[in-house]
Write a protein that binds this ligand. Structure first.
Ligand SMILES: NC(=O)c1ccc[n+]([C@@H]2O[C@H](COP(=O)([O-])OP(=O)(O)OC[C@H]3O[C@@H](n4cnc5c(N)ncnc54)[C@H](OP(=O)(O)O)[C@@H]3O)[C@@H](O)[C@H]2O)c1
Length: 325
């Protein structure tokens, strides 16, 4: 089968198309013939070699989120999965391939008529956004700021907050054009990356932060008393080491800061939320914002686009022979 591996860590030219033996599912696993493969920011981080200390080596096959048809299952897996169209989560590798092995406990059936492209656009982003909002103890009527709203997680957080009855949904983004697109998805206020709206500032009950980075502490000032900030991503890098000092400076406002990782969500909760998000998308209640669909062998081009900051929503790869569905 064809796959895309990291030949050398660094820029996207280090990605190469390779021919590998077809994988076999082991106990507890399912083999998916892929129709669509999600491309995520973490793929770039692994490609650069930044996570080598976590065991990622050259030769690694990137990709976590796939959709397609189950071709085979390993021992102790219900054989009725075979032949079904599914969404599956390979974790941090193995997805950029014509066939991917995933834990069977990650499998979620695709709703009838749902495209594989839409499934990998909505699936894991909705899990992070849903549980990120829950971690922030968001309740209807509260105002929410989504910082770094133009990516898959932010777009889903905007939609879920709006759909969940937020009193206001503000976003940070880098251009008015992106701001307009986010308004169409439910945002009620558009701020620049610094959080400036160019007029009187609002405060928020909840901030879902995909960015972190050196500017994170300045957003503590945008929280209302009892406000909660949940960091769900680090696209801007880590916050400054003394960011807790800024939090303590606001002691009398009873602020909360937390990180949230979907790794702490149980498989059954992850499956339930993924299934609900796919169903809501197929009903037209959530929008799958696909930036572009590219052939699997153009994974390097996809990474160049991602590195250039061009992507609004999700980049998706499809193996050759698969129509863009
Ligand atoms: N918590 C979890 O369980 C979980 C799971 C998967 C991934 N993640 C993390 O989530 C992040 C990726 O999420 P994503 O794909 O939604 O994001 P993304 O598309 O990589 O970035 C989101 C947006 O942030 C803005 N941005 C980028 N760099 C910035 C900077 N330096 N300062 C301010 N804004 C910046 C950009 O929008 P504008 O240009 O419009 O500002 C970008 O579109 C990664 O950090 C990944 O590790 C977390």
């Amino acid at each position: 089968m064809q796959a895309v591996a990291i030949r050398t860590f660094g820029d996207p030219t280090g990605l190469e198309v390779v021919d590998l033996p077809d994988p076999n599912p082991e106990r507890g696993q399912a083999l998916i013939v892929t129709e669509a493969i999600g491309v995520g920011g973490v793929d770039s981080v692994i490609r650069r070699g930044t996570l080598a200390e976590y065991g990622f080596r050259e030769g690694h096959i990137l990709g976590g989120e796939v959709a397609g048809t189950v071709a085979a299952v390993g021992a102790e897996v219900d054989t009725s999965w075979v032949g079904r169209r599914v969404w599956g989560f390979a974790g941090l590798g193995g997805g950029y391939a014509e066939q991917a092995v995933v834990p069977a406990e990650s499998l979620v059936p695709l709703p009838a008529n749902m495209s594989a492209v839409d499934a990998v656009t909505v699936g894991s982003s909705s899990v992070v956004a849903h549980f990120g909002l829950r971690h922030a103890r968001f309740v209807p009527g509260e105002s929410v700021l989504v910082r770094g709203a133009a990516g898959g997680i932010g777009i889903m957080a905007v939609q879920l907050a709006a759909r969940g009855g937020a009193g206001a949904v503000a976003v940070t983004t880098s251009s008015p054009e992106r701001g307009s697109r986010l308004r169409a998805l439910g945002a009620t206020r558009v701020l620049d990356r610094s959080g400036d709206a160019g007029e009187a500032s609002d405060d928020y009950d909840v901030i879902i932060d995909v960015v972190s980075g050196v500017d994170l502490p300045s957003f503590f000032d945008r929280l209302r008393p009892n406000g909660r900030m949940v960091a769900v991503g680090v696209v801007g890098g880590n916050p400054p080491a003394d960011f807790g000092t800024r939090m303590f400076a606001a002691f009398q406002r009873s602020l909360s800061f937390a990180t949230f990782s979907a790794n702490t969500v149980t498989d059954s909760d992850r499956r339930a939320v993924t299934a609900e998000s796919l169903a809501a998308t197929s009903r037209g209640e959530l929008e799958a914002v696909v930036h572009e669909v590219l052939p699997l062998e153009q994974a390097a081009l996809a990474h160049r686009k991602m590195d250039a900051g061009e992507v609004f929503g999700r980049l998706v790869l499809t193996p050759s022979g698969q129509a863009s569905k």
